[in-house]
Write a protein that binds this ligand. Structure first.
Ligand code: JFZ
Length: 441
């Protein structure tokens, strides 16, 4: 018996070591990474009971609310205009290839029928429709990947390791709570049970996108999130399901792609990505808002223009990354009209120019004042956003065989020497994205 125990223990220890040090993605996982990396454009959806207040998904924390009072929003959540079919159609028509839906945000509310909590769409709202089930069914039916955002932080449960968190109760940011019961083990089990539900009840899931790791980023002793075991569980349940964690760090073992919040990989304009090393081997993603907020905010009508968003998508592709653009649906279940308009415009643009985006890798030349480049096989796409003159010098190493305008297929004059290529146009390039296609050797 004792020997059996020793053997079991040894096996357990060695599997956890294996899980930790040498995560080897399966063939399905690698194929899924490739599909993801080629897809270039996805949609993020922040929606939940927080939208009832119309103050964004951090309202509970920002307004220092009593969490029991906040919870009453669940009983007023009745999104009678929610139509999964319409959502998925509008998103598919935008040219997006995946949807990342917030299954549970920091407030702790679950958007599906979870057996492990009553604080969910089925038990706590009068709506009583499993939103994730409806969304998943439509995604599978209409053929678009479905990813789930899942928060490690929980501002409502008693067992979230809050006393040491930077957002939690100890700072009295979320009020009405003075005890912590159950402990981290309990919370960890709860999360894994929920993840198991998400990965066994809703068909094929493209990725789990974690968030909240940074809540313990300033702990004196590094907090052990026990990610290895959690990641191994996900990969065991669905080997092709990719794992990503919005921790603003270099990718950790077991992760399948790397995300950057509100910044292109390697940049830090928003302040989340300081020193974040860009992975050279994993697919990359930038997540960005359409206005200034993730969740629905009544007064935030500050939407980025369609031209800006198209150029942002092209620039993200120019870095070899995907753009995941966010939508914050209204409490009634509708996607805001301003967002729908932009989705439509992105779709129209991608139907014409998608060949220069989908399936591309970063171009040969890093982003310049005038624009960016993307590459697909022997074709190099030069995306010109802003050029003041009729000629453009490209410091290219490769030999150019031909140059033409992507739109009209008319030839563009060029000369090449050791410094690269000079393109000469008839008129100064204009428009949202003036694309030149080079065939290279
Ligand atoms: C996180 C969420 O908190 C936010 O609500 C949204 O879901 C976004 C996509 O992801 O944003 C962050 C990430 C990191 C920090 C704060 C917010 N941080 O390091 O303090």
């Amino acid at each position: 018996m004792k020997r059996l125990l020793t053997l079991t223990l040894t096996l357990l220890i060695s599997t956890s070591v294996v899980a930790q040090g040498t995560y080897t993605p399966t063939a399905e996982n690698l194929a899924s990474r490739k599909e993801f990396a080629d897809s270039k454009f996805g949609i993020f959806i922040h929606w939940g009971i927080a939208s009832v207040f119309g103050q964004g998904e951090w309202y509970l924390h920002r307004a220092q609310l009593n969490h029991q009072e906040y919870k009453k929003a669940a009983d007023a959540y009745y999104p009678h205009r929610f139509d999964a079919k319409e959502w998925v159609k509008a998103i598919k028509d935008s040219g997006a290839k995946y949807i990342t839906f917030v299954s549970r945000h920091h407030d702790g509310f679950s958007m599906w029928d979870s057996a492990y909590t009553d604080y969910d769409i089925m038990d706590a709202t009068p709506y009583k429709r499993d939103i994730i089930k409806e969304l998943a069914r439509e995604c599978h039916r209409q053929g678009i990947r479905l990813h789930f955002y899942y928060s490690h932080i929980d501002w409502s449960r008693d067992d979230y390791p809050a006393p040491t968190s930077t957002t939690g109760y100890h700072k009295r940011k979320v009020t009405g709570k003075d005890h912590f019961d159950g402990g981290w083990d309990n919370y960890y089990k709860f999360m894994n049970n929920q993840l198991t539900e998400l990965l066994t009840k809703y068909g094929k899931i493209g990725a789990i996108w974690f968030d909240g790791h940074w809540d313990h980023g300033k702990d004196k002793e590094p907090f052990d999130w026990r990610l290895d075991e959690q990641y191994a569980l996900i990969h065991k349940l669905q080997p092709a399901c990719l794992i990503c964690n919005n921790h603003n760090l270099a990718a950790l073992p077991g992760e399948d792609f790397q995300t950057f919040e509100r910044d292109l990989p390697g940049e830090n304009k928003a302040g989340f990505s300081e020193g974040q090393e860009v992975s050279q081997s994993l697919p990359l993603e930038t997540c960005q808002t359409m206005n200034k907020s993730w969740g629905y905010v009544v007064k935030d009508t500050n939407y980025k223009s369609l031209e800006y968003l198209i150029r942002y998508l092209v620039s993200t592709s120019g870095k070899g990354a995907n753009l995941m653009l966010n939508i914050g649906p209204q409490p009634n279940g509708e996607i805001p009209a301003a967002a729908l308009e932009r989705l439509k415009g992105m779709g129209e643009w991608l139907r014409k120019y998608g060949d220069t985006i989908y399936g591309t890798t970063a171009g040969d030349i890093a982003a310049q004042d005038w624009g960016v480049t993307t590459r697909k096989g022997d074709r190099l796409f030069v995306h010109i956003f802003d050029l003041k003159e009729k000629s453009l010098h490209l410091p290219l190493k490769c030999k150019v065989k031909s140059a033409k305008l992507f739109d009209s297929k008319t030839h563009v004059m060029f000369t090449q020497d050791a410094d690269g290529v000079i393109l000469t146009f008839d008129t100064v390039p204009s428009g949202t994205d003036y694309i030149v296609e080079l065939k290279t050797k």
